[in-house]
Write a protein that binds this ligand. Structure first.
Ligand code: ASP
Length: 327
Protein backbone atom coordinates (compact mmCIF):
# COMPACT_ATOMS: atom_id res chain seq x y z
CA UNK A 1 0.00 0.00 0.00
CA UNK A 2 1.25 3.48 -0.73
CA UNK A 3 2.09 5.69 2.23
CA UNK A 4 -0.09 8.74 2.61
CA UNK A 5 1.09 11.86 4.37
CA UNK A 6 -0.37 11.02 7.76
CA UNK A 7 0.78 7.40 7.83
CA UNK A 8 4.27 8.49 6.75
CA UNK A 9 4.47 10.79 9.76
CA UNK A 10 3.12 8.09 12.04
CA UNK A 11 5.54 5.50 10.65
CA UNK A 12 8.53 7.75 10.98
CA UNK A 13 7.50 8.43 14.57
CA UNK A 14 7.77 12.15 14.11
CA UNK A 15 4.72 12.55 16.30
CA UNK A 16 2.52 15.46 17.17
CA UNK A 17 5.08 18.22 16.68
CA UNK A 18 5.82 17.25 13.08
CA UNK A 19 2.15 16.85 12.37
CA UNK A 20 1.53 20.33 13.67
CA UNK A 21 4.37 21.79 11.61
CA UNK A 22 3.36 20.04 8.43
CA UNK A 23 -0.27 20.95 8.90
CA UNK A 24 0.86 24.56 9.08
CA UNK A 25 2.71 24.06 5.79
CA UNK A 26 -0.35 22.50 4.28
CA UNK A 27 -2.53 25.41 5.39
CA UNK A 28 -0.12 27.93 3.94
CA UNK A 29 -0.07 26.09 0.63
CA UNK A 30 -3.56 26.75 -0.60
CA UNK A 31 -2.74 29.43 -3.18
CA UNK A 32 -2.04 28.32 -6.71
CA UNK A 33 0.84 30.04 -8.51
CA UNK A 34 -1.40 31.70 -11.07
CA UNK A 35 -4.66 31.75 -9.14
CA UNK A 36 -6.22 29.86 -12.04
CA UNK A 37 -6.43 26.27 -11.09
CA UNK A 38 -8.08 25.01 -7.98
CA UNK A 39 -10.75 22.97 -9.71
CA UNK A 40 -10.52 19.36 -10.90
CA UNK A 41 -9.69 18.48 -14.49
CA UNK A 42 -9.42 18.63 -17.28
CA UNK A 43 -6.26 20.63 -16.73
CA UNK A 44 -3.15 20.47 -18.88
CA UNK A 45 0.17 22.05 -18.04
CA UNK A 46 3.04 22.01 -20.56
CA UNK A 47 6.48 23.51 -20.84
CA UNK A 48 7.31 26.47 -23.11
CA UNK A 49 5.23 28.25 -25.72
CA UNK A 50 4.71 25.13 -27.80
CA UNK A 51 2.82 23.86 -24.76
CA UNK A 52 -0.18 25.89 -25.89
CA UNK A 53 -0.64 23.84 -29.06
CA UNK A 54 0.04 20.62 -27.21
CA UNK A 55 -2.48 21.39 -24.44
CA UNK A 56 -5.20 22.30 -26.89
CA UNK A 57 -4.66 19.05 -28.75
CA UNK A 58 -4.84 17.17 -25.44
CA UNK A 59 -8.14 18.86 -24.58
CA UNK A 60 -9.49 17.90 -28.02
CA UNK A 61 -8.47 14.29 -27.49
CA UNK A 62 -10.37 14.18 -24.20
CA UNK A 63 -13.39 15.93 -25.70
CA UNK A 64 -13.46 13.30 -28.45
CA UNK A 65 -13.62 10.50 -25.93
CA UNK A 66 -9.89 9.72 -25.64
CA UNK A 67 -8.34 8.75 -22.31
CA UNK A 68 -6.05 10.91 -20.18
CA UNK A 69 -3.15 8.79 -21.42
CA UNK A 70 -4.17 9.35 -25.06
CA UNK A 71 -4.34 13.08 -24.32
CA UNK A 72 -0.80 13.43 -22.94
CA UNK A 73 0.55 11.24 -25.75
CA UNK A 74 -1.24 12.95 -28.65
CA UNK A 75 -0.65 16.44 -27.23
CA UNK A 76 3.13 16.12 -27.39
CA UNK A 77 3.04 14.20 -30.70
CA UNK A 78 2.04 17.45 -32.35
CA UNK A 79 5.29 19.03 -31.19
CA UNK A 80 7.35 15.98 -32.17
CA UNK A 81 6.05 16.33 -35.73
CA UNK A 82 6.68 20.07 -35.98
CA UNK A 83 9.77 20.64 -38.19
CA UNK A 84 10.17 24.17 -36.80
CA UNK A 85 10.93 23.05 -33.24
CA UNK A 86 14.68 22.57 -32.82
CA UNK A 87 14.63 20.55 -29.63
CA UNK A 88 11.93 17.90 -30.06
CA UNK A 89 11.48 15.19 -32.71
CA UNK A 90 11.56 16.29 -36.37
CA UNK A 91 13.93 19.24 -36.81
CA UNK A 92 15.57 18.61 -33.44
CA UNK A 93 19.24 19.62 -33.40
CA UNK A 94 21.63 16.65 -33.63
CA UNK A 95 24.41 15.45 -31.35
CA UNK A 96 27.98 16.44 -32.18
CA UNK A 97 28.26 13.61 -34.71
CA UNK A 98 25.29 14.98 -36.65
CA UNK A 99 22.74 12.38 -35.49
CA UNK A 100 19.36 13.25 -33.98
CA UNK A 101 18.78 11.08 -30.91
CA UNK A 102 15.48 11.17 -29.06
CA UNK A 103 14.53 10.65 -25.41
CA UNK A 104 10.93 10.29 -24.19
CA UNK A 105 8.83 8.87 -21.40
CA UNK A 106 5.20 8.55 -20.42
CA UNK A 107 3.57 7.77 -17.09
CA UNK A 108 0.04 6.68 -16.38
CA UNK A 109 -2.30 7.26 -13.43
CA UNK A 110 -2.01 3.57 -12.56
CA UNK A 111 1.71 4.00 -11.85
CA UNK A 112 2.84 2.26 -15.02
CA UNK A 113 5.47 3.94 -17.18
CA UNK A 114 7.53 3.51 -20.33
CA UNK A 115 10.54 5.22 -21.87
CA UNK A 116 12.96 5.25 -24.77
CA UNK A 117 16.33 6.88 -25.00
CA UNK A 118 18.83 7.51 -27.75
CA UNK A 119 16.23 6.47 -30.28
CA UNK A 120 17.02 7.47 -33.88
CA UNK A 121 14.92 7.91 -37.04
CA UNK A 122 11.50 7.60 -35.43
CA UNK A 123 9.02 10.48 -35.59
CA UNK A 124 7.09 9.71 -32.41
CA UNK A 125 9.31 8.48 -29.58
CA UNK A 126 6.47 9.14 -27.11
CA UNK A 127 4.33 6.49 -28.82
CA UNK A 128 7.22 4.03 -28.72
CA UNK A 129 7.57 4.79 -24.99
CA UNK A 130 3.86 4.04 -24.54
CA UNK A 131 4.29 0.75 -26.40
CA UNK A 132 7.22 -0.18 -24.18
CA UNK A 133 4.93 0.47 -21.20
CA UNK A 134 1.96 -1.43 -22.56
CA UNK A 135 3.50 -4.29 -24.53
CA UNK A 136 6.75 -5.22 -22.81
CA UNK A 137 7.74 -6.26 -19.29
CA UNK A 138 10.28 -3.40 -19.28
CA UNK A 139 10.26 0.32 -18.56
CA UNK A 140 13.00 1.62 -20.85
CA UNK A 141 14.53 0.61 -24.18
CA UNK A 142 17.65 2.33 -25.54
CA UNK A 143 19.36 2.95 -28.86
CA UNK A 144 19.30 0.18 -31.47
CA UNK A 145 17.10 -2.02 -29.29
CA UNK A 146 14.52 0.75 -29.04
CA UNK A 147 14.70 1.28 -32.80
CA UNK A 148 14.29 -2.43 -33.55
CA UNK A 149 11.30 -2.59 -31.20
CA UNK A 150 9.74 0.46 -32.86
CA UNK A 151 10.39 -0.93 -36.33
CA UNK A 152 8.89 -4.31 -35.42
CA UNK A 153 5.79 -2.46 -34.21
CA UNK A 154 5.24 -0.64 -37.48
CA UNK A 155 6.94 2.70 -36.80
CA UNK A 156 8.45 3.96 -40.03
CA UNK A 157 12.04 5.06 -40.53
CA UNK A 158 12.17 8.86 -40.84
CA UNK A 159 15.09 11.21 -41.46
CA UNK A 160 14.67 13.72 -38.63
CA UNK A 161 17.20 16.20 -39.96
CA UNK A 162 15.64 19.14 -41.78
CA UNK A 163 17.24 21.68 -44.07
CA UNK A 164 17.30 24.10 -41.16
CA UNK A 165 18.84 21.69 -38.62
CA UNK A 166 21.44 20.51 -41.15
CA UNK A 167 22.45 24.12 -41.77
CA UNK A 168 22.62 24.84 -38.02
CA UNK A 169 24.83 21.79 -37.51
CA UNK A 170 27.12 22.80 -40.37
CA UNK A 171 27.47 26.20 -38.79
CA UNK A 172 28.15 24.75 -35.34
CA UNK A 173 30.84 22.47 -36.84
CA UNK A 174 32.93 25.50 -37.74
CA UNK A 175 33.78 26.21 -34.10
CA UNK A 176 32.38 23.15 -32.34
CA UNK A 177 31.87 25.06 -29.12
CA UNK A 178 29.66 23.37 -26.60
CA UNK A 179 28.38 25.01 -23.48
CA UNK A 180 24.89 24.75 -22.02
CA UNK A 181 23.47 28.26 -22.25
CA UNK A 182 20.31 29.28 -20.47
CA UNK A 183 17.04 29.79 -22.34
CA UNK A 184 18.30 29.43 -25.85
CA UNK A 185 17.30 27.03 -28.54
CA UNK A 186 18.87 24.04 -26.82
CA UNK A 187 16.44 23.95 -23.85
CA UNK A 188 12.98 23.29 -25.14
CA UNK A 189 11.77 19.86 -24.18
CA UNK A 190 8.02 19.43 -24.12
CA UNK A 191 6.84 18.07 -20.80
CA UNK A 192 3.12 17.73 -20.17
CA UNK A 193 1.06 17.05 -17.06
CA UNK A 194 -2.63 16.29 -17.53
CA UNK A 195 -5.55 15.75 -15.20
CA UNK A 196 -8.72 14.29 -16.68
CA UNK A 197 -12.32 14.94 -15.58
CA UNK A 198 -12.09 12.20 -12.98
CA UNK A 199 -9.02 13.81 -11.42
CA UNK A 200 -6.61 11.12 -12.64
CA UNK A 201 -3.15 12.39 -13.51
CA UNK A 202 -0.93 11.47 -16.48
CA UNK A 203 2.33 12.81 -17.87
CA UNK A 204 4.59 12.77 -20.91
CA UNK A 205 7.97 14.19 -21.82
CA UNK A 206 9.82 14.16 -25.15
CA UNK A 207 12.99 15.79 -26.47
CA UNK A 208 15.95 15.57 -28.81
CA UNK A 209 18.01 16.59 -25.77
CA UNK A 210 20.73 19.18 -25.70
CA UNK A 211 21.93 20.38 -29.07
CA UNK A 212 25.38 19.08 -30.02
CA UNK A 213 25.58 16.83 -26.97
CA UNK A 214 28.20 14.07 -26.82
CA UNK A 215 27.13 10.96 -28.67
CA UNK A 216 25.37 8.67 -26.20
CA UNK A 217 24.43 11.43 -23.76
CA UNK A 218 21.03 10.88 -22.13
CA UNK A 219 19.32 13.70 -20.26
CA UNK A 220 16.62 13.72 -17.61
CA UNK A 221 13.68 13.62 -20.01
CA UNK A 222 13.32 9.82 -20.46
CA UNK A 223 14.18 9.08 -16.82
CA UNK A 224 11.17 8.43 -14.64
CA UNK A 225 11.67 10.43 -11.44
CA UNK A 226 13.98 12.96 -13.09
CA UNK A 227 12.19 14.41 -16.15
CA UNK A 228 8.73 13.20 -15.13
CA UNK A 229 6.98 11.62 -12.19
CA UNK A 230 3.34 10.90 -11.45
CA UNK A 231 1.79 9.54 -8.30
CA UNK A 232 -1.94 9.56 -8.80
CA UNK A 233 -2.56 9.75 -5.05
CA UNK A 234 -0.57 12.96 -4.80
CA UNK A 235 0.18 14.73 -8.10
CA UNK A 236 2.74 14.99 -10.88
CA UNK A 237 5.82 16.95 -11.89
CA UNK A 238 7.79 17.49 -15.07
CA UNK A 239 11.10 19.19 -15.82
CA UNK A 240 12.94 21.05 -18.53
CA UNK A 241 16.42 22.51 -18.68
CA UNK A 242 19.85 21.05 -18.12
CA UNK A 243 19.15 17.35 -17.62
CA UNK A 244 22.33 16.63 -15.69
CA UNK A 245 21.29 19.03 -12.93
CA UNK A 246 17.76 17.61 -12.82
CA UNK A 247 18.97 14.00 -12.58
CA UNK A 248 21.33 14.83 -9.72
CA UNK A 249 18.41 15.79 -7.44
CA UNK A 250 15.80 13.35 -8.89
CA UNK A 251 13.86 16.56 -9.61
CA UNK A 252 10.36 15.36 -10.51
CA UNK A 253 10.26 12.56 -7.95
CA UNK A 254 11.35 14.91 -5.19
CA UNK A 255 8.59 17.40 -6.06
CA UNK A 256 5.90 14.73 -5.89
CA UNK A 257 7.30 13.35 -2.64
CA UNK A 258 7.35 16.85 -1.11
CA UNK A 259 3.71 17.29 -2.12
CA UNK A 260 2.92 13.99 -0.42
CA UNK A 261 4.35 15.48 2.75
CA UNK A 262 2.27 18.62 2.60
CA UNK A 263 4.08 21.03 0.27
CA UNK A 264 1.95 22.83 -2.29
CA UNK A 265 3.00 22.30 -5.94
CA UNK A 266 4.54 25.78 -5.90
CA UNK A 267 6.49 25.18 -2.69
CA UNK A 268 7.65 21.80 -3.95
CA UNK A 269 8.94 23.27 -7.25
CA UNK A 270 10.76 25.99 -5.31
CA UNK A 271 12.39 23.45 -3.01
CA UNK A 272 13.55 21.33 -5.97
CA UNK A 273 15.15 24.43 -7.52
CA UNK A 274 16.79 25.22 -4.16
CA UNK A 275 18.31 21.75 -4.06
CA UNK A 276 19.86 22.23 -7.50
CA UNK A 277 21.20 25.65 -6.60
CA UNK A 278 22.66 24.30 -3.34
CA UNK A 279 24.26 21.47 -5.27
CA UNK A 280 26.28 23.31 -7.90
CA UNK A 281 27.08 26.64 -9.51
CA UNK A 282 23.98 27.47 -11.54
CA UNK A 283 25.12 30.79 -13.02
CA UNK A 284 24.84 29.37 -16.55
CA UNK A 285 22.32 26.63 -15.87
CA UNK A 286 18.59 26.87 -16.40
CA UNK A 287 16.07 24.40 -15.03
CA UNK A 288 12.30 24.78 -14.88
CA UNK A 289 9.75 22.60 -13.11
CA UNK A 290 5.98 22.28 -13.38
CA UNK A 291 3.75 20.48 -10.90
CA UNK A 292 0.12 19.67 -10.32
CA UNK A 293 -1.50 18.33 -7.17
CA UNK A 294 -4.43 15.96 -6.81
CA UNK A 295 -6.70 18.93 -6.05
CA UNK A 296 -5.74 20.54 -9.37
CA UNK A 297 -3.51 23.17 -7.82
CA UNK A 298 -0.47 24.03 -9.95
CA UNK A 299 3.09 25.24 -9.45
CA UNK A 300 6.02 26.37 -11.58
CA UNK A 301 9.51 27.56 -10.76
CA UNK A 302 12.81 28.04 -12.54
CA UNK A 303 16.35 29.03 -11.61
CA UNK A 304 16.52 32.01 -14.00
CA UNK A 305 13.97 34.21 -15.78
CA UNK A 306 12.73 33.10 -19.18
CA UNK A 307 10.92 29.85 -18.43
CA UNK A 308 7.30 29.89 -19.52
CA UNK A 309 4.56 27.32 -19.74
CA UNK A 310 1.03 26.82 -20.99
CA UNK A 311 -1.91 26.08 -18.77
CA UNK A 312 -5.27 24.96 -20.12
CA UNK A 313 -8.56 24.24 -18.49
CA UNK A 314 -12.19 24.74 -19.43
CA UNK A 315 -11.66 28.47 -19.31
CA UNK A 316 -9.10 28.28 -22.09
CA UNK A 317 -5.36 28.30 -22.61
CA UNK A 318 -2.89 30.81 -21.22
CA UNK A 319 0.84 31.25 -21.54
CA UNK A 320 2.34 32.10 -18.15
CA UNK A 321 5.83 33.33 -17.25
CA UNK A 322 7.18 31.20 -14.46
CA UNK A 323 8.47 32.70 -11.25
CA UNK A 324 12.20 32.12 -10.68
CA UNK A 325 14.91 32.21 -8.06
CA UNK A 326 17.63 34.49 -9.39
CA UNK A 327 16.00 37.93 -9.35
N1 ASP B 1 16.00 18.40 -20.25
C1 ASP B 1 16.52 18.23 -21.59
C2 ASP B 1 17.79 17.47 -21.56
O1 ASP B 1 18.61 17.70 -20.70
C3 ASP B 1 16.73 19.52 -22.29
C4 ASP B 1 15.56 20.43 -22.37
O2 ASP B 1 14.76 20.56 -21.45
O3 ASP B 1 15.41 21.06 -23.40
O4 ASP B 1 18.00 16.67 -22.44
Amino acid sequence: MKTNRRSFLEKTGLGALSLLLSNRLFAKSSKSMDGLTKAKGPIFLSTWTHGQMANEEALRVLANGGSGLDAVEKGVMLIEADPEGSSVGLGGLPDRTGKVTLDACIMSADGNCGAVCMLENILHPISVARKVMEDTPHVMLAGDGAYEFASANGFEKVDLLTKKSKAAFKNWKKEQKYKPIINVENHDTIGMLGMDEKGDIYGSCTTSGLAYKMRGRIGDSPIIGAGLFIDNEVGGAVATGLGESIIKVAGSAIIVELMRHGYSPQEACEEAVNRIVNNEDTKDIQVGFLAISKSGETGAYAIHPGFNFAISNQEGTRLVNSDYLVK
